[in-house]
Ligand binder design. Structure first.
Ligand code: NDP
Length: 265
């Protein structure tokens, strides 16, 4: 059988850990495949590019998850519901789309016990899929966003939503930074007064940003809260994508030790 080719599509992609994560797993499990990175400038070219490169599967990162959704011939029911695809697999000339960010996130927060209420700081694309899966699992999710615009679709889906201006602090078991605040700057995802009113009542604080301690997580530590960054979410979404790429030939626990090596190299 010819070697299968996989890639990550995004813009930028130079920073992505996905090639290392997947190549270490292919190698470790003896699966004859290779994973590259591709900077896709125009999301509308996703399907053409996929076929012209002769790929078997891709992951899709910012800013093309909606384009990926539109490029698929068949959608997994959850990806269909949330409108965002981060994993595509080709089968007999058709593109099948999945969302592995949300189940990856769900698994990443499963270590925190007795969590019922969750406050999301941010309402972008990642919040969209993760809020949906959390609600399906019985969590009550409230969203607090800097500006009104992105909250509209959550309001229509009957989530409780606030901006900084009308927020009323309550007790939330988990407070999660779903924004890009702190990724390339030193900003907090919400005004400090708001964070100082919700963090002390929380059981733990989580950030989806990985590879650095954000100002949000630093503040949570000052309040002596358990914290977690986005590394496990990245790892778990990758393992679930790998399961799709290899048509479930390997179990989650078999893949994990190889993919995990990408985080210690
Ligand atoms: P989007 O661009 O879709 O949304 C960005 C969100 O952040 C918006 O709600 C925006 O608010 C808010 N925001 C941006 N800057 C600030 C700021 N300075 N202060 C307050 N709010 C701000 O981004 P995504 O949802 O795609 O990504 C969000 C984060 O998730 C990123 O940091 C990304 O790296 C991370 N991520 C991590 C993954 C992992 O595996 N660990 C997987 C996927 C994403 P507004 O509406 O007002 O503009």
């Amino acid at each position: 059988m010819a070697k299968e080719l996989f890639a990550i599509f995004g813009n930028p992609v130079s920073h992505s850990k996905s090639p290392l994560m997947h190549n270490l797993s292919f190698q470790g499990l003896g699966y004859d495949a290779c994973y590259a990175r591709y900077q896709l400038l125009d999301g509308k070219q996703l399907k053409n590019t996929f076929f012209s490169l002769g790929l078997k599967g891709i992951n899709i990162t910012v800013p093309h998850k909606e384009h990926a959704y539109n490029a698929c011939d068949e959608l997994d029911p959850f990806a269909q519901k949330v409108g965002a695809v981060n994993t595509i697999v080709e089968k007999e000339g058709k593109l099948y789309g999945y969302n592995t960010d949300a189940p990856g996130f769900l698994k990443a927060i499963s270590e925190f016990q007795n969590i019922k209420t969750v406050l999301f700081l941010g309402a972008g694309g990642t919040a969209q899929s993760t809020s949906s899966i959390l609600r399906d699992e019985g969590y009550k999710v409230t969203l607090l966003n800097r500006s009104e615009g992105r909250l509209e679709r959550y309001k229509n889906d009957e989530f409780e939503t606030y901006t900084f201006d009308d927020f009323i602090a309550k007790k939330y078991d988990l407070v999660i930074n779903m924004t890009s605040a702190g990724l390339e700057d030193d900003s907090l995802p919400a005004p400090k007064e708001i964070l100082d009113s919700v963090i002390p009542q929380a059981k733990a604080c989580v950030d989806v940003i990985y590879g650095k301690e954000t100002p949000f997580l630093k503040l949570a530590k000052l309040h002596n809260k358990p914290t977690k960054d986005g590394s496990d979410m990245l790892l778990y979404q990758g393992i679930i994508a790998f399961e799709y790429f290899t048509d479930h030939k390997f179990k989650f626990d078999e893949i994990e030790p190889y993919m995990k090596k990408a985080f210690i190299l």
